[in-house]
Design a binder for this molecule. Sequence first.
Ligand code: URA
Length: 187
Amino acid sequence: MLTNFDELKKSCLECRKCKLCETRTNVVFGVGNENADIMFIGEGPGENEDLQGEPFVGRGGQLLDKMLAAIDLDRNRNIYIANIVKCRPPKNRDPEKEEQEACINWLRNQVKLINPKIIVCLGRIAASVIIKPDIKITKEHGIFFKKGHTLIMATLHPAALLRNPSQKPGAFEDFIKLRDMIKEMGL
Ligand code: URA
């Protein structure tokens, strides 16, 4: 556990704990306000993220930014965004178990230091790691689970919404629930 966020980032940028380090362009550590009350967690970088070193900067990221803006959230102001794995899996395949296990302590350390009150998992992979392994995202999105002092919710992954626009209203309802929870908690 590192106690300084900048040191944590510096150390993570040098990580060689799994084979993804051999094919990455950039480590995608995370973006946002490290004092935020709300944290979003995705699966892992895609091509654009690998090239730019920032999470969710492709088409899915643009959609995410719009949904965030609709509830007055902004990646550069009042949230933090990170991923389960910090390096791009080749051809955007799912991150393997060993890769997730090699990487997860970076995220654990980020969560410890940010200490968010609410975590939103973007997509099944993040939700299965953070909430429960057998989560059914199509049924259980939008539900708040309590873990310690933190509320954790899963929503559909922005890339899934681009593939399947009929799921957008459901995902938007999750964001409305998030907005209401933020209000209720006085955040
Ligand atoms: N998909 C993710 O899960 N994370 C990113 O950073 C980009 C795409």
